[in-house]
Ligand binder design. Structure first.
Ligand SMILES: [Zn+2]
Length: 254
């Protein structure tokens, strides 16, 4: 049960018929694993913390650099040189001292990643390269957890939810079979600051909806173009040759 302080704090969400007291209690009792405390992870973590997600586990192995501050708004000039997870934890606790934040400053092994996914209700991929996305997808699908995935570059972004709970739902590798070759990065291609903010905020929104059982992007990809302010969605189906999904299907028929 929420005490009066928390009821007042989350009042504007509790007022929504889709959330209410029960939904807010669900959020407060939820555990979200966030990997990457950069351009996507900054706004996503700020909103998830403010919205009252009870436990956030933050993972990153980087330190804050001057060139991050253009878009990674959870970090501060004063935290340049610090581990990103420690910098983010300090800001998030200023925003909301009522939540638990675990900071993991490490490059995770596949086994560590799997364990953290198993402990989470939702996995949020805020990384910036195909290698990490491939590893996170594999772990989240194996752990049978929903994965909220976003990517942003230049003026464009994409967002989707890959539902590890459903062995017939598509995964990230179905969407991008070449992902493990790395792909383009913002470091090389550039990115306009609010674009990555937009995608990170939408990622937080979809994460809250997953926790409430109201996710709308399962099996769909949303594409957003910040230069023309247009967005479109397309349906995604499972790739029959996807090795990650094949393993999931076989697991359920065991
Ligand atoms: Zn797949």
């Amino acid at each position: 049960m929420l005490n009066d302080t928390l009821k007042a704090r989350y009042d504007r969400q509790i007022r929504l018929s889709q959330i209410g007291l029960e939904g807010q209690e669900t959020l407060v009792n939820s555990r979200v694993l966030m990997i990457g405390m950069g351009g996507l992870g900054s706004p996503a973590s700020l909103y998830l913390a403010a919205a009252g997600i009870g436990t956030l586990t933050l993972v990153d192995f980087d330190v804050v650099e001057e060139s991050n501050l253009q878009r990674q708004i959870v970090h501060r000039q004063a935290t340049v040189g610090l581990a990103k997870v420690d910098s983010a934890k300090a800001t998030l606790h200023e925003v909301n001292p009522h939540i638990q934040i675990n900071a993991i400053n490490a490059f995770l092994s596949p086994e560590q990643l799997l364990t953290l996914c198993q402990q989470a209700d939702v996995v949020v991929d805020c990384t910036d390269n195909g290698f990490s996305r491939t590893a996170i997808n594999e772990a989240a699908m194996q752990a049978q957890k929903p994965l909220v995935s976003a990517a942003a570059i230049r003026w464009e972004g994409q967002l989707s939810v890959f539902d590890g709970r459903d062995p017939n739902a598509p995964c990230y590798l179905c969407f991008d079979p070449q992902a493990n070759q790395g792909g383009e990065t913002c470091d090389a291609q550039g990115i306009v600051a609010p674009l990555v903010g937009t995608l990170g905020v939408m990622q937080a929104l979809e994460t809250i909806k997953v926790l409430l059982g109201k996710a709308s992007l399962i099996g769909e990809v949303l594409l957003f173009d910040g230069l023309t302010m247009t967005q479109r969605k397309f349906k995604l189906t499972q790739d029959a040759d996807c090795p990650v999904c094949r393993a999931r299907r076989e697991k359920t028929t065991d």
